[in-house]
Design a protein around this ligand. Structure first.
Ligand code: ATP
Ligand code: TPS
Ligand code: MG
Ligand code: MG
Ligand code: MG
Length: 337
């Protein structure tokens, strides 16, 4: 019988570990020279490219008892590709820096490469290089690049009073999944997604372990004239506030437009002994869904996947919910609780 926990990272040399990773990485349609040399070469037909980076830290962004390597690889790719898409760009390539302890099974690391490939390959993005180091905790730092294909980038700063506020992707799913794992899984073995009961609870846990981002909706929003856009990583209200301040407008989120999302999360709220207030909180302030929040000029037909969730009004710059100040807790902050 094969032992999935062997060999360990410390049983292999760096070169041996890399030799197991390389064949698993997606090639990508823009890759001219992939991993193995001092740097990769990636086509940039537009003569400009977008570049962004995000890091996942063990016990801050994921727990090894909940997430396997594949989950973390998929999540690291999604978090980064969503930032590329939020500029209106098409992802082309990623580099991945890995810090791993020596007692980590090699299968965890190859799982991470497979998780990266599962998210990157379908959109034609290559994993073209990275770095490897030892350390006490697992850290996955990804840098992603994207092609604007001749379009102007969609920044956070272009929203105008009168625009429609719209969102594509899941809302509150990841936060609900985290709450379920937090409430039920202390000390438990990593849940295999296949073992989680069917239905909405499983969808929430999957939404936390492997969030999906509507990546194609970013370039499509740009083509349809989106005036501002960002991905929601820290919470709908927190990120809407960033867009609002960058644009110098008031962004008003309408809870009536979010009722179906709240309903969907009620089983998860009940499972952790909470009610509708918790579900609404996850939708408004939960992070890591990596959906796209964008503003469009009035009258524009929204691109596929986007739904209206509010409106853009004249200042003072900031976010309101049904016309009211939402208070201080609008989402995640690494340092300010
Ligand atoms: N250490 C840093 N040095 C330079 N710029 C940084 C640093 N950290 C963040 N930034 C920049 O600050 C801006 C906001 O970063 P932030 O990480 O909040 O955005 P994000 O990646 O879209 O969100 P999230 O990290 O929640 O997914 C980005 O333009 C980012 O490049
Ligand atoms: C074990 C565990 N506890 C809490 C959370 C929640 N969380 C961590 S970072 C973050 C915001 C996005 O991160 P960043 O701003 O670094 O991109 C959120 C919502 C989690 N994912 N895992
Ligand atoms: Mg970031
Ligand atoms: Mg972002
Ligand atoms: Mg953040």
């Amino acid at each position: 019988m094969t032992d999935a926990t062997r060999p360990l990272v410390r049983d292999l040399s760096e070169d041996e570990l890399l030799a197991r990773i390389f064949p698993l990485l997606p090639g990508g349609t823009a890759t001219l020279l992939g991993p193995g040399d001092d740097a990769a070469v990636v086509a940039a037909p537009d003569a400009r490219f977008v570049v962004t980076t995000d890091v996942l830290v063990e016990d801050r962004h994921f727990r090894r008892r909940w997430s396997d390597g594949r989950d973390v690889g998929a999540r690291a790719a999604t978090a980064n590709l969503a930032d590329v898409a939020a500029m209106g760009a098409r992802p082309t390539s990623l580099v991945v820096s890995l810090v791993v302890p020596g007692d980590l099974p090699v299968g965890w690391v190859t799982g991470l490469a497979r998780g990266l490939a599962e998210v990157c390959a379908p959109v034609g993005a290559g994993v073209v290089g990275g770095d490897l180091s030892g350390g006490d905790a697992v850290v996955v730092a990804v840098t992603a690049h994207g092609d604007l294909e001749g379009r102007a980038p969609v920044t956070r700063a272009g929203a105008r009073p009168g625009d429609v506020l719209a969102y594509a992707g899941h809302r509150g799913l990841s936060a609900a999944g985290l709450a379920l794992l937090d409430a039920g899984a202390a000390g438990a073995a990593a849940p295999d997604l296949d073992d989680v009961p069917d239905g909405e609870l499983a969808a929430c846990v999957a939404g936390y372990l492997r969030p999906t981002s509507p990546l194609a909706a970013g370039p499509e929003a740009a083509r349809r004239g989106a005036t501002a856009m960002l991905d929601v990583s820290d919470g709908l209200l927190r990120d809407a506030g960033r867009l609002a301040r960058a644009s110098g407008v008031r962004v008003d989120v309408a809870t009536a437009e979010l009722a179906a999302d709240v309903d969907r999360l009620l089983p998860a709220a009940h499972a952790v002994g909470r009610g509708r207030d918790a579900a609404l909180g996850w939708v408004l302030t939960g992070g890591e869904d990596h959906g796209l929040l964008a503003t469009f000029p009035p009258g524009v037909e929204l691109p596929e996947g986007f739904r209206r969730i509010g409106q853009v009004l004249a200042g003072p710059a900031g976010v309101t919910v049904d016309g009211e100040d939402p208070g201080t807790h609008t989402g995640w902050d690494h340092f300010a609780g």
